[in-house]
Design a protein around this ligand. Structure first.
Ligand code: ZN
Length: 604
């Protein structure tokens, strides 16, 4: 079924979390969980999926955090790469490769892209005013300078970008600039840097973006607006932590310059694919993804990163053309097919802030609650299309009233009755109209839930799956098979068979959203294989070095998005509840207390 259609190649390119500290749930709400739902669904659908990302480990925030913790930048990156990849594994994010930007492979790919753009004349040198700390004389990174946005008047604009109007800035543009580290006004001095000549790509970008009618309106309009004011963008920095610059006079330690972190991080989408291909012993396999016009690239990120994915990275891809050492004249690199940008999550009505204690780290969350409860909340009530607020009361309510009361209850009473009275999937008698109707209604979810996920409407997809679970629950309540066990065992068997088929289908629809409980249910239903896949760490060795990547075996999941064929006679395991009910008052009291204590301790 559905096998006649050729598998599509879908690259799921997920924003690279920054390795300067542990990630909080706001970080994974926007792009982590949505990208995983998308990847899992497409695998089940039978498509060829490659989901790539890694930790972004260069730049000044890592240097500043390292200094505070008394570590070298590399040691700090090692520490948080480990923390972050462990968080992502426990959250069930099914990367094909989650790597890091400090690998030799990444350096090689980044330098090749840089060198090629330079050779083709897309990188130009400018002498610019650089910001230096008045106190230490060191370079003061853009993100550590704050002031008033010259465009919109927002008072807390950063040196690289205004979070209010979204425009890119240079520190010198800010009105009343000040250091975020010590509040002093920065000193501006002349320093020469290399710039990406973005205006050279304006026409090509406009022509391309004009054709992307399937993009979300806000992403497309925002990107087109940016084209009117493109300026060359600095891609080097006065730093000693980053990828060395492959241009004479800039290479080597004595230059005191490195490639700017944002330039190297976006290349991670490409370099991680190259790493993945090499690790499987098929070093050219990355070309099927990047130099193949039929491969579709979906990018997932927070809205503050749209510019990098619709303007800057596409410019780099256009400029690189057929390459370069890596591209080797074997085809142009693919541009983004879709850019799925999420809005922001706030916490109890406030912006996430580690220093003010308004924070909940993924690791801490998963120590106290189940990953699927978090995934459920972030999908059904997360910041998919508007800023949303996380509250503990709402988290507990949704867990109890929706996951436990609707889906958990349907599974629990169906499986309990079957297990107690039959022990296996019972053979049905003649199906009634009501039986046929509910089976057809649930199976329609293959198209309706799937369609929403394909359009990156994850909240709508999950809402539809839960609506179907409510229908199945109503069917079971109306038919009340437990009342018929003694008087009409055949009819009871038929109803329970139909209910099990509904549960089996709903399990499939929910697998992209809730992989852990879906796998557990899969096993309770007597299946012995995987529906959700194991995610594991694998070591990748390089010359004199090695690192762990997050990956998994997903091949067996392919093509499973089809109606339940639950075999009669399959033995069921002893049922166990899929979800834990929470005590809302206790959760709220305990967690708010914890936040107060963190805020009071508030050093970090
Ligand atoms: Zn602004």
């Amino acid at each position: 079924m559905g096998e006649s259609k050729r598998a599509e190649k879908i690259l799921v390119a997920v924003a690279w979390p920054y390795a300067s500290g542990p990630r909080h749930i706001g970080h994974v709400a926007g792009f982590g969980v949505p990208s995983d739902i998308f990847a899992r669904y497409h695998r089940l659908k039978g498509n060829d999926v490659l989901m790539v990302s890694g930790t972004d480990e260069h730049g000044t925030p890592v240097m500043v955090a390292a200094e505070q913790e008394g570590l070298s930048p590399r040691e700090l990156a090692d520490r948080y790469n480990e923390v972050i990849r462990d968080d992502l594994r426990r959250l069930g994010l099914s990367y094909d490769i989650f790597t890091r930007t400090t690998t030799q492979n990444h350096y090689r790919v980044v330098r090749d892209v840089f060198r090629t753009l330079h050779e083709k004349g897309y990188i130009v040198e400018h002498t610019a005013m650089g910001a230096f700390s008045a106190t230490t004389g060191h370079t003061l990174p853009d993100r550590y300078i704050e002031g008033t946005c010259p465009h919109c008047g927002y008072r807390e604009a950063r040196g690289d970008q205004c979070d209010n109007c979204g425009r890119q800035l240079d520190p010198i543009d800010l009105v009343g600039p000040r250091s975020r580290i010590d509040g002093t006004a920065p000193v501006f001095k002349e320093t020469s840097h290399l710039f990406l000549d973005l205006p050279a790509f304006a026409d090509a970008l406009r022509e391309w973006i004009d054709k992307q009618a399937h993009w979300r309106t806000n992403v497309r309009r925002f990107s087109l607006n940016l084209l009117d004011e493109l300026i060359p963008r600095a891609i080097t920095r006065d730093l000693d932590w980053g990828v060395p610059i492959p241009v004479e006079g800039y290479d080597g330690d004595e230059s005191g310059k490195r490639i700017y972190v944002w330039f190297d991080a976006v290349i991670g989408y490409l370099s991680s694919t190259v790493e993945w291909a090499a690790a499987r012993g098929t070093p050219d396999a990355w070309r099927d993804w990047w130099q193949n016009p039929d491969s579709r690239h979906y990018y997932f990120m927070g809205k503050d990163n749209i510019v990098f994915h619709t303007v800057i990275w596409p410019s780099m891809l256009l400029g690189y053309g057929e390459g370069g050492e890596i591209g080797a004249g074997k085809g142009k690199l693919g541009l983004p097919y879709d850019v799925v940008a999420s809005e922001f999550l706030t916490m109890e009505g406030r912006k996430f802030s580690s220093s003010r204690g308004v924070v909940i780290y993924v690791k801490d969350f998963l120590e106290r609650y189940d990953a699927d409860s978090l995934r459920y909340f972030l999908t059904i009530a997360g910041p998919e299309s508007q800023d949303t607020d996380f509250t503990w009361a709402e988290f507990a309510r949704r867990n109890n009233d929706e996951l436990v009361a609707t889906w958990g209850n349907l599974v629990n009473r169906t499986l309990k009755n079957v297990h107690r009275h039959f022990g296996e999937v019972p053979a049905p008698g003649q199906l009634s109209d009501a039986d046929e109707q509910i089976l057809a209604a649930i199976e329609a979810g293959l198209a309706s839930v799937g369609g929403e996920i394909e359009n990156a409407r994850f909240k709508a997809g999950l809402t539809e799956a839960m609506r179907l679970a409510t229908l199945a629950n109503q069917y079971v309540s109306e038919q009340a098979p437990w009342k018929l066990i003694e008087s009409d065992r055949e009819r009871a068997a038929t109803i329970l068979y139909v209910a099990l088929r509904c549960v089996d289908n709903l399990k499939l629809f929910l697998t992209p959203f809730l992989p852990f409980s879906s796998q557990a249910l899969h096993e309770l239903l007597g299946y012995s294989d995987d529906i959700a896949a194991k995610i594991e760490f694998v070591e990748h060795a390089e010359e004199g070095d090695s690192h762990l990547v997050l990956t998994g075996q997903y091949e067996s999941l392919r093509g499973r998005w089809r109606a339940s064929e639950l075999p009669v006679g399959q033995k069921l395991l002893e049922p166990e509840p899929l979800f834990r009910k929470l005590d809302p008052e206790a959760v709220v009291a305990e967690e708010l207390q914890r936040m107060e204590e963190t805020a009071a301790g508030g050093a970090d």
